[in-house]
Every structure is written in C-alpha cells, then in structure tokens.
Ligand binder design. Structure first.
Ligand SMILES: Cc1cc2nc3c(=O)[nH]c(=O)nc-3n(C[C@H](O)[C@H](O)[C@H](O)COP(=O)(O)O)c2cc1C
Ligand code: SF4
Length: 583
C-alpha cells in the first residue's frame, strides 16, 4: 500500500471549519447507531426506535452473519461457535510427529515450467479450465505436491522455504507470509490455542481474483490452508467467504468433502464460514468478529495478538493494560493466522518446487506470480495469472484487450486503497516495489481503467462515497472525515463547489486517519489526495462551471463472464448505516 501522503490539492490549503449542512449526521455515523425508522424500513431493517444498536440486532435476522459448515457439509452452527478446546500439543512437534500429516498423499510430482519472458498466462494458480474433481487436481495440476513436501520439511522447514521464496500476502497489505507464520508459532503454548483462517471475503472494488481462484481451483486453496493450519499448529481452521458467493461455496464444499475423504486435509478441522456483503468483512480484525458471529467491526488488536475465541477481553485505549505495546501475545490470546486465499494457494507450488524455482518468476523483491483483474474502460474485463514485474500496460492489454477503439487510458486505480496511476506511468512494473515507487500500491491487483472520457472528479466522489458508506463508524475521524470529503466532492461534481471546499477537503484528508482501527481512512487519504494532486485541472474546471459530472458506479464486482463484468448496482443505494435506499 502506498504510504499515506499529506493531502495535496490544487489550491492552497488551510485548516477550516465545515459547513454544517454537509456534515454527516450522527445517525449516519455508525451503522449500529439507532437508525431513523424510514431508513431502516427501506433497507429491510427493523425500525430504529429500540435502544438496541440497529445493525447489530438486524444483522442477526436480515443479513447473514456467520454460518459455518463442517467439511462434510452438515450445518455446524449459526453463528459460528468456539470449537471445543483440543488437548495441548507439543510446541515444537514436527510434522512427522503430527497426526495431521498421516493422511497426506504422496503422488508423482511434475515440474512446472518457468513462464515465457513477460508471460501473463502462467499456470501456477489458475488452470485454464475449472477443476471439477480431486482426481483432476492431482492428475492435471500437480495437486498434493505441497502436502507431500510439507510433510518432509516439517514446520520450521516449511516456514524457511516460504520465507526464502519471498512470498508476500496477496490480500492487499503485502506482508511477508513466512514471517507471519513464524510469528504465530513463536508464542508457544502459553498463549492459548492457535487458529488459521483463509480470507476469501474478496470485497476490494475492481478485484475478482479470489473468486476466480476459488471457482476454478478450490483444491489448491484448501491444500494451502491445510498446510498453514498444520504449520502454525492450529486447533482448527476456517475458510471465510461471503454468503452471496454461491459458486465458490459449492466449489469449496466439494473440495473440502473430497479432500477430507481422501485424507488430504489432515486432522485440523476446516469449516467454511459465510458472512455479510460489507467491504469490512475482508479486513482481518473484522473477519474474526464475523467468524464469531458478530458484525464486521474491526477489533483493536491484530489477529496475531488477539485471535479467535480468546478468553481475554480486548482493552480500550485507556485501560492501562499493556497488551500490545511490545507486540507480545499474552496468555489465552489465541494467535490467529489470517491469510488471503491466493497467498495460501501460492504456498502449494512453492513447497512442491522449492523457493529457487519460485524465484525464477517475478522480480527480486516481488518473486512469483499473482492473479490480476482488469475492469473498466477496456475492451473486455478479465482475470488472469501474471508474472510479477510485468508492465502494467501489458497486463491491461493482455487481460483487458487495451482501451476501447479510439480511446486512450487516462488513469488506473489499483482497487480503492492507494494512489492513482496516471497514463505516464503505464509502463510501471506490476510489483510491490514498482507501484510503491510511483506512490501507488499493488493492493490485490484489481486494476480499474479509466479512459480519456472519464471525469476524475466523478471518480473521486464515487470512491470517497464508497469508503464513507462502508466505514463502520467506530473511529470518528474516519466516518466523519470520509463523510465530509464525500459531501464536498459532491458539491464540486455538481458545480456547486467553491475554492474553499477544496481547502476543507485538504484539511479533512490530513486528519482522516487519526486514531483509526483499520486502514480504510488511510485509503481515503491516499487515493483522494492523489486524484487532487494528479487532476487539478478537472477540479478547477468544475469550480468554473464545467458540465456537472455524471454519477460513477464503483466496480464492486458480482461476476465476470465472457469478458463482461457485472457490478453490484445496489451499492449506489447503500447508505452510511449499511441499509439500502429504495429504488
Ligand atoms: C477495508 C479493508 C478490506 C480488506 N478486504 C480484504 C479482502 O476482501 N480480502 C483479503 O484477503 N484481505 C482484505 N484486506 C486485508 C486483510 O486485512 C489482511 O491484510 C489479509 O487478509 C492478510 O492476508 P495476506 O497476508 O495473505 O494478504 C482488507 C483490508 C482492509 C483495510
Ligand atoms: S478506520 Fe473506519 S472503517 Fe476502520 S474501524 Fe475505524 S471507523 Fe471503522
């Protein structure tokens, strides 16, 4: 992710007060605050006269929170409950001593070939057709190779191999995967039970890579999670996806059943958990809440410090208990590994073929492959595996067919989490370091392309509104800040803005990250700040009376089929308390 920059803007910026009429109202602030009756009725929520927080109570009835299945498909519970504590394990039990490994298959290993130079279609994660059975996975896609090697290596060797391969998380933040696994193991038994979670909640606008992976190759995700769970010595593991992801749920259920029957998931039980539509469901601290049956409200502490089903309470900012200052987990904190599903799938070929092989692809700082999505003003939307380091323009050309006839690319967003990429940077390597160098970020490789017809003020308004609506409101700077910025961008886009509105946006961008629990406010700062910096003339044009900007729909993807992307149209009606306005 790009480091949040101080808010740049076309005119000189002074801190200033805001017009009361554009300030978000208290009822809009927190989705769980009492909702006005009319709003909640429209959104299917119960009228908000009760003192019970609206979204929390409604969510149990109207909106799926967490439903879990065991691997054989039988309902476990709704919401998920803490599994029974299993007997203590030896901290340094090697995989060979671990029952989890006894059923792991050994099969012949074939060698993946390194990709052609600059190649986009590298069959390491995504087979060219949907794998419909475990046999097909083993025969056609080297299934089981990771488990075979994992058993030989044992946890320390597994972690060493992943670290040597340089794998970084594909969920957005790019944290080194091996280091994360080592930190979860490091606490020892005194920290309580450990858990492993595969994050398949995919909600980043412009991103459809996890869903494509889970549909086409669910087996590799399960294999990666089984290896992760055994490596960190987890008592149980969870695969979390949105309840609306029906094809993925069917594919993962099939994979879990077949692999379980074949003894390929070891003895760490894996449950499939489904959750709500909200963007924050994918945020790791919120994800744990959902698995525990709550709404997706990010916790204070990261999962490696405050994990699943922990017996100890979270401490407030002023509770005076030094839980996190030195980053050390304490008794019963249940360190939990949260890993994006694509990161987990990468572990399988890395173990199967080794870190040197993995490093034959990608760059020194961004080895290997990743799955990219291209949507927006391109000839066709698509998803494909790319070698990291491939120039962005080439990725857009190969996956999206390039811009539409007669058009040129003006800007590309990498999800809604980092700075805009402008036309002059289309040759940037798609790598962590490449995008960081131009003040953007790799994120989850969801590239939203805008051509020369796009109005970047409208884009800024749409993204800011998305973040405002999805913000949970636990941190005032985030909810009020994104709300005010959205309101001012709306004024500018509809030609009611003044120079002072730009100044206020700049001032709010400076503080929108203050004391936040999660990264959402920083996303607003990085992306909206970069749009102001890169397209000052478009903001100025609206201040001078250019035609009002059209509404832009943020590409929250529902599907990509035959080159056509379907966006969630409901998002346009979603309100800041997570209810929906009537059509
Ligand atoms: C607002 C927000 C939304 C996120 N959504 C997702 C998501 O949908 N899927 C995901 O894997 N990570 C998401 N993340 C990142 C996770 O918090 C976490 O970093 C990631 O799952 C860790 O896995 P990785 O190390 O394999 O990337 C999100 C983060 C934020 C701040
Ligand atoms: S930063 Fe925003 S989205 Fe994240 S927890 Fe705080 S209010 Fe919620």
């Amino acid at each position: 992710m790009a480091s949040p920059a101080s808010a740049p803007h076309p005119t000189e910026c002074r801190r200033g007060s805001t017009a009361a009429s554009t300030t978000p109202q208290a009822s809009e602030m927190a989705p769980w605050a009492s909702a006005p009756a009319a709003e909640s009725a429209a959104g299917g929520r119960s009228p908000g006269t009760s003192s019970v927080p609206a979204a929390r109570s409604a969510s149990k009835g109207d909106r799926p929170v967490a439903t879990a299945w065991t691997v054989d498909g039988a309902p476990l519970s709704t919401p998920a409950t803490a599994p029974a504590r299993s007997p203590a394990r030896t901290v340094d039990a090697s995989m060979d001593d671990n029952d989890a490994c006894n059923g792991w298959l050994v099969d012949t290993l074939r060698t993946h070939r390194p990709p052609a130079p600059g190649g986009v279609a590298v069959p390491v994660l995504l087979p060219d057709h949907t794998l419909t059975s475990l046999d097909e996975y083993i025969d056609d896609f080297e299934g089981g190779q990771g488990l075979v090697r994992a058993r030989e290596l044992g946890p320390p060797g597994i972690i060493e191999t992943i670290e040597a391969a340089g794998l970084r998380g594909r969920g957005g933040a790019g944290f080194p995967t091996g280091r994360k696994w080592a930190s979860i193991r490091a606490g020892g038994l005194e920290v309580g039970d450990r858990y492993a979670v595969g994050n398949g909640a995919e909600g980043e606008p412009g991103t459809f890579k996890d869903r494509t992976l889970m549909r086409r190759n669910p087996y590799q995700v399960v294999e990666g999670l089984a290896i992760a769970a055994a490596t960190v010595d987890a008592v149980s593991a969870y695969l979390a996806v949105k309840a609306s992801f029906e094809p993925e749920i069917a594919a993962l259920t099939r994979a879990l059943q077949e692999m379980s029957a074949a003894g390929l998931v070891g003895d760490v039980p894996i449950s499939l958990v489904t959750g709500p539509e909200e963007y924050l469901f994918g945020e790791e601290k919120a994800l744990l809440e959902v698995i525990e049956g709550e709404d997706p409200l990010p916790r204070l502490f990261p999962p490696y410090i405050y994990g699943l089903f922990t017996a100890m309470p979270q401490m407030g900012w002023s509770a005076g208990i030094d839980l996190s200052s030195d980053g050390v987990a304490v008794p019963s904190s249940n360190p939990t590994l949260v890993q994006n599903v694509e990161s987990l799938a990468n572990v399988v070929p890395i173990l199967g073929h080794g870190s040197d092989w993995y490093r034959t692809m990608g760059t020194a700082e961004s080895p290997g492959v990743a799955i990219a999505t291209v949507v927006g003003d391109v000839q066709h939307a698509g998803v494909a595996e790319v070698e990291l380091g491939t120039p962005l323009g080439e990725v857009i050309e190969r996956i999206g067919g390039g811009p539409k006839p007669g058009r040129t690319i003006k800007a590309v967003l990498s999800g809604v989490a980092s700075g805009v990429i402008t036309a002059r940077n289309l040759d940037v390597p798609v790598s962590y370091e490449g995008l960081a160098k131009i003040d953007s970020g790799l994120g989850s490789l969801g590239f939203i392309v805008y051509d020369d017809t796009a109005d970047m003020v409208a884009v800024a308004h749409a993204v800011s509104k998305f973040l405002y609506v999805e913000s949970c409101g636990q941190c005032p700077a985030c909810k009020f800040g994104t709300g005010e910025i959205t309101a001012y961008l709306d004024r500018i886009a509809t030609d009611e803005g003044t120079d002072r509105d730009i100044e206020v946006i700049g001032a709010r961008l400076d503080i929108v990250t203050d004391a936040n629990r999660c990264f959402l406010g920083a996303q607003e700062q990085a992306l909206i700040g970069s749009l102001l910096r890169e397209f000052p003339e478009e903001f100025a044009a609206h201040l001078e009376g250019a035609p009002p900007a059209p509404e832009v729909l943020v590409p929250k993807l529902v599907d990509i089929r035959d080159g056509v992307a379907t966006y969630d149209e409901r998002q346009a009606r979603k309100r800041p308390d997570w209810t929906y306005a009537e059509e």
